[in-house]
Design a protein around this ligand. Structure first.
Ligand code: GDP
Length: 302
C-alpha cells in the first residue's frame, strides 16, 4: 500500500518536490531563490505561516551548511518536510471492539468529497484484516446515496442498514445500524452521513443528533472528516465548520491522485490539530492508503 502511495503521488506531487530540490541545488541561493521556494510551497497549499517558517529554517540551515552536495540538500529538505507533516501524530484508527461492543466510526464531510467511496474502501481494508463490518446509510438526504453505499457493501461483502423511505431521519438510521451491529456482534460499524454545508445550523443539529443517538448504545470511536484535496482553501473552510460541530478524530484526504497540492495536508493538520489518517488515491476499491509522514514526503521527493 505504501508503495502505491508513492507511485500515485509521484505523478502530481513530485512536480512540487522536484521544484524545491532544483531550487535548493542552485549554485547561488539568493533572496530571489528563497522567494521562489516560498512561492512553490504556497502553490502546493502548505499555507502562509508554514511556508514562511520552512523558508526561515531552510535558509538558516543552508547558511551554516557551507558547502552543499545534492545529497545534503535532499536530506535536509526531507527532514524539514517530515517535521512539518509531523511524524509524532498518532494516526492509528480506533477500530477495536471495546466493552463487548463494536467500534463505531462516524464519517462526515460535504457531499461530493468522496465520503461514500471512502466508507466502501475502508470497509474493504477492515474486511481484509478479518474484521466483521456493518455499514449504516445515514446520508438520507440524497436519494441515491444509501443505494450507492449498499452497492459498496455488496461489493465488499458486508451488510448495509438503510431506510427505504426517502428523507428518513438520519439519526434513526444510525441508531438502527449500531443496534444491528451490537446484535450481530460485528467489530466495526461505519456510519455514512449527509453533508449539507449550506445550512450550518441544520448540519450541526443533524450531526449532533446522529452522534447522541449512537452514544445511547455505544461509544463513537472515530469521527473521520473526509476532505477533497483538490478544493484547497475551500476544504479548509469546510474543515473549520465541521470541527465546530463534532469532535473530529481523524482526516481522510481524498483525490490526492489528482492534485499537486499535497501541501494541504500540512495546512489542515495545523488548523485542526487533528492527524490525516488515510488518503484517497483513486476511485477504485483499493485506492485508500494509510497516511504516514515519511512515505508521504518520500513520495513528494521521488
Ligand atoms: P460523497 O458525496 O462524499 O459520498 O462522495 P462520493 O463517495 O460519491 O464520491 C464523489 C466522487 O469522487 C465519485 O466520483 C468518486 O469516485 C470520486 N472519488 C472519491 N474518492 C476519490 C479519490 O481518492 N480519488 C479520485 N480520483 N476520485 C475519488
Amino acid at each position: 500500500r505504501l508503495i502505491r502511495l508513492r507511485e500515485r503521488l509521484a505523478k502530481s506531487n513530485s512536480i512540487f518536490g522536484k521544484g524545491l530540490l532544483a531550487l535548493l541545488s542552485s549554485d547561488r541561493i539568493d533572496e530571489g531563490v528563497w522567494e521562489e521556494v516560498e512561492e512553490t510551497l504556497l502553490l502546493a497549499d502548505i499555507g502562509t505561516d508554514a511556508s514562511m517558517d520552512l523558508v526561515d529554517t531552510l535558509r538558516e540551515r543552508v547558511r551554516v551548511m557551507g558547502t552543499r552536495s545534492p545529497e545534503h540538500v535532499r536530506a535536509m529538505l526531507r527532514e524539514e518536510l517530515v517535521n512539518l507533516v509531523d511524524p509524532t501524530m498518532d494516526r492509528t484508527l480506533n477500530v477495536a471492539r471495546t466493552d463487548g461492543k463494536p467500534a463505531v466510526v462516524l464519517v462526515v464531510g460535504v457531499n461530493g468529497v468522496g465520503k461514500t467511496t471512502t466508507v466502501g474502501k475502508l470497509a474493504r481494508v477492515l474486511v481484509a484484516e478479518d474484521k466483521d463490518v456493518l455499514l449504516g446509510a445515514a446520508d438520507t438526504f440524497r436519494a441515491a446515496a444509501a443505494q450507492q453505499l449498499a452497492t459498496w457493501g455488496a461489493r465488499v461483502g458486508v451488510p448495509t442498514v438503510k431506510s427505504d423511505v426517502d428523507g428518513a431521519d438520519p439519526a434513526s438510521v444510525a441508531f438502527e445500524a449500531v443496534k444491528s451491529g451490537i446484535e450481530q456482534e460485528v467489530d466495526v460499524v461505519m456510519v455514512d452521513t449527509a453533508g449539507r454545508l449550506q445550512n450550518k445550523v441544520g448540519l450541526m443539529d443533524e450531526l449532533g443528533k446522529v452522534k447522541r443517538v449512537i452514544e445511547k448504545q455505544a461509544d463513537v470511536d472515530e469521527v473521520l472528516l473526509v476532505l477533497d484535496a483538490t478544493t484547497g482553501q475551500n476544504g479548509l473552510a469546510q474543515a473549520k465548520v465541521f470541527a465546530e460541530v463534532v469532535d473530529i478524530t481523524g482526516i481522510v484526504l481524498t483525490k490526492l491522485d489528482g492534485t499537486a497540492k499535497g501541501g494541504i495536508v500540512v495546512a489542515i493538520q495545523k488548523q485542526l490539530g487533528v492527524p490525516v489518517k488515510l488518503v484517497g488515491l483513486g476511485e477504485g476499491p483499493d485506492d485508500l492508503a494509510p497516511f504516514d509522514a515519511e512515505s508521504f514526503v518520500d513520495a513528494i521527493l521521488a
